[in-house]
Design a protein around this ligand. Structure first.
Ligand code: AMP
Length: 465
């Protein structure tokens, strides 16, 4: 099947082709025609299945008649509202909206908590047709009369199950009540607990059911289970797995925040580049962890399920379950983070004999036999270079200092002998900018940025280790 056969407007197809997509993923092939018909849908799809484009592309198509270049805010009321559980997901979804709408004159913005509300109020005052929001912050903006939802045609609840887990039910209900009754409602959820069915029953109108079998994604994931003699040996088993498979990027799942931090500390002591991601981190630390992982200056992320939600890492080589989840659905969700977009993935799980029932529950749930492997058959390469390929430099100047992504490569490659291909991902925040540099050139880069000016100014620069 091709994208063009779905009937999307040419300006949207052009953006899809720019993104390099050649054919729709299964969830897109199923969901897009139903949404284009104007029907509600209830879609079962995890991150990694292409779900964002599955709702964004038809949403843009249906909102295209509202596209306009007027500067009057009145001409840009919110027409499409996408609710997401986390700030990270909101940012990612809005980036996708912007990518796919690059040839359509529709404005978009993301609003989320944990940051200053004023710039978001200003953005809303200028008007946007497509708003991506976390529920709490959206309610704040509504209470301040900075947003009205009376013109919403399409409402998307993305990762609805997670929004419920995070206690957003009341907030969602209040937001939905502020939208017109005739709106189209698209509900995306990885799992279907009763509460999701209730939400669908109360907020949707005869929704089309769309889902893709978990097996579709599992085909590409090699899943291995390793029994560990007792709890105390888990950490050593983890080190064996990392030493044998040596994934270039991996997420290790733990069931608690404490465990998460302890494992990250243990791995760091052993020379691995590992960082913990859990709910107790300050927003700024969380941002740093995520950007270091995505720019390849940290290879291992040790995360809880909640913290890992909404992070989209494209080339995750492996997922490791330090401890099995209590819920087989969560397990499938975890391992679905590897083997994405056509690539093969590796999912490794540790368990002790007392947790065999969890292994059985997973086997039943996925309707596929599980392969048990033995740790003592794995060979560990002792001479591995455990250091990640890149190192992050933090520049103490960001958007508020008028530093833009394009300024940094220029400042770096000027006279220093550093070439553009040694410069990796650049992330700009309000007060800091981060740039990944190939390990072999990082000292030279640090010197260059410390001694030279960016945008005519000197900034403090340091290595994140
Ligand atoms: P999502 O499930 O929305 O988080 O998307 C997972 C990844 O798949 C993202 O990196 C998308 O850019 C990518 N993607 C989405 N649709 C397609 C497609 N039709 N072909 C190839 N990659 C896609």
């Amino acid at each position: 099947m091709s994208f063009s056969s779905l009937g999307l407007f040419p300006d949207i197809l052009r953006a899809v082709s720019d993104a390099g997509y050649t054919e729709p993923t299964p969830i897109q092939a199923q969901a897009i025609p139903v949404v284009l018909e104007g029907r509600d849908i209830m879609a079962g799809a995890q991150t990694g299945t292409g779900k964002t484009a599955a709702f964004t592309l038809p949403l843009l198509h249906r909102l295209t008649p509202y596209a306009n270049t007027s500067t009057s805010p009145a001409m840009h009321p919110v027409r499409g509202l996408i609710l997401t559980p986390t700030r990270e997901l909101a940012i990612q979804v809005e980036e996708s909206v912007r990518d796919y709408s690059r040839y359509v004159a529709l404005r978009s913005a993301a609003v989320f908590g944990g940051v200053n509300i004023k710039p978001q109020i200003q953005t809303m005052q200028r008007g946007v047709e497509i708003l991506v929001a976390t529920p709490g912050r959206l309610l704040d903006l509504m209470q301040q009369k900075s947003v009205t939802l009376g013109k919403v045609d399409i409402l998307v609840l993305d990762e609805a199950d997670r929004m419920l887990d995070m206690g957003f039910y009341e907030d969602i209900a209040e937001i939905v009540a502020a939208t017109p009754g005739h709106r189209q409602t698209l509900l995306f959820s990885a799992t279907y607990p009763e509460a999701i069915k209730d939400i669908s029953a109360s907020m949707q109108n005869n929704p089309g059911r769309v889902s893709i079998e978990a097996a579709h994604t599992q085909d590409k994931i090699k899943q291995l289970f390793f029994e560990v003699a007792d709890k105390g040996k888990r950490a050593a088993a983890l080190v064996t797995l990392l030493g044998h498979y040596h994934p270039a990027s991996c997420v290790i799942f733990c069931n608690t925040k404490l465990q998460c931090q302890a494992i990250a500390d243990t791995l760091q002591e052993k020379g691995f580049s590992a960082l913990a991601l859990h709910g107790d981190l300050e927003q700024r630390d969380r941002d740093q962890v995520l950007l270091r992982f995505s720019n390849k200056s940290c290879a291992i992320l040790v995360a809880t399920d909640v913290a890992a939600r909404g992070i989209d890492i494209k080339d995750l080589e492996a997922v490791i379950n330090f401890e099995l989840s209590h819920d087989p659905e969560v397990h499938i969700h975890r391992i679905g983070r590897t083997g994405r977009a056509g690539k093969s993935g590796l999912a490794l799980s540790l368990y002790i004999a007392a947790e065999s029932h969890r292994v059985n529950a997973i086997e039943d749930y996925q309707k596929n036999p599980i392969s048990l492997s033995a740790l003592d058959t794995l060979k560990v390469n002792q001479k591995l270079d455990l250091r990640p390929p890149m190192v992050t430099l933090c520049i103490e100047g960001g958007r508020k200092n008028k530093v833009r992504p394009g300024d940094i490569p220029g400042a770096l490659t000027n006279e220093s002998g550093i070439t553009g291909d040694q410069v990796g991902k650049i992330d700009i925040f309000d007060h800091q900018a981060y740039v990944a540099i190939e390990r072999s050139s990082v000292d030279k880069a640090l010197q260059q940025l410390t001694r030279g000016k960016i945008k005519g100014r000197y900034f403090k620069v340091r290595k994140l280790q």
